[in-house]
Write a protein that binds this ligand. Sequence first.
Ligand code: ADP
Ligand code: MG
Length: 382
Amino acid sequence: MSTRTPQTQKPRSDRPRVAVVFGGRSSEHSISCISAGSVIGALDPEKYDVVPVGITTDGRWVLESADPAHLALGPGGELPVVSGASPVALDATAALVVAEPGEVPRTLGEVDVVFPVMHGPWGQDGTLQGLLELAGVRYVGAGVLSSAVGTDKVFMKQLFQARGLPVLPYTVVRPREWERDRAGVQEAVDSLGYPVFVKPARAGSSFGITRVDAPGDLVAAVEEARRFDPKVLVEAAATGAREVEIGVLDRLDGGLPETSEVAEIRVGGGHAFYDFAAKYLPEQQTSLDIPAELPEDITHRVRELAVQAFEALDVEGLARVDFFVFAEDSTRPRVVLNEVETMPGFTATSMFPRMWAASGLDYPSLVDRLVQLALGRGTGLR
Ligand SMILES: Nc1ncnc2c1ncn2[C@@H]1O[C@H](COP(=O)(O)OP(=O)(O)O)[C@@H](O)[C@H]1O
Ligand SMILES: [Mg+2]
């Protein structure tokens, strides 16, 4: 936050100024860059004045290049990182101020809306949203609390349960228990039955997730998850279930949120589950069926639960809601919630945009709708 007097005041453009913020300190830095590259490319320059703002892996804000190639996955799968050199800050009047070392700060003018294309901690988790609330800037997507809850798989489950929504049985391993009561942890996990999934509470892109088939492998899996987060979730495996996802989007007229077609993810190529490689690397034999081939009552249930999950977390704007669908003869409910993503992967080939494209809303229209929703929404308590 700069308190120095800016040198120049650019003439106020009549196009809304949209700052696309991406990168950041989380393990999903590069995924965020790739998503942001697509969003920037889709924003109509005739309609919006787009400013790309990157956050480096050590948390510095910089003005970034809008060159799509700079923010794309390299030909050999190289991951993009924020590398801009000009430091930029959002000041308390919602202006973006560029402060080059040794130079008088200059302002880029007031921001009308921020599009936080951020995944994971320090971006998707309410921290950036809090900063924007303090500065009185409108922004795309979920507010402070729902962003925070949507990033924390433990609190998310607790809110689903409070609404009576179906989730898989789980236990939480916190640092104190892990350090002082290993036997208690082992017992709690054993009682879930194997296999279990061990996950960092606040990560994404399948980072730090391990399927554990036998009690003896638990310690290594918890240690792996703890590399990402000291709080770890251990969950009963959805053995034999299908994985489906759906998009939820607010309406410009403020009516009940709209749902997209349902998609099914079928992971092949030797992946035990939908891991990082299956999600992002090319030629991984992960196939998507949009719409998913599901009985009508199951599709209906997915849509209904998606809206209930969206409301349980008080999400605004958009969310992707992920489910497990069990067979008819399973002892589990047919449709069980896995998670809500308040800022899902947003490349043109990501699940969320593809589900909307299959529902008749193309990528540029989707991005435009999100910006319009944010522009139409107030700041502060709402
Ligand atoms: N309880 C579970 N049973 C079966 N598969 C699971 C379970 N939890 C996670 N997975 C697999 O791991 C993937 C990533 O887990 P998820 O909880 O969605 O975390 P992330 O936020 O990283 O996407 C899922 O898409 C699924 O393939
Ligand atoms: Mg997931």
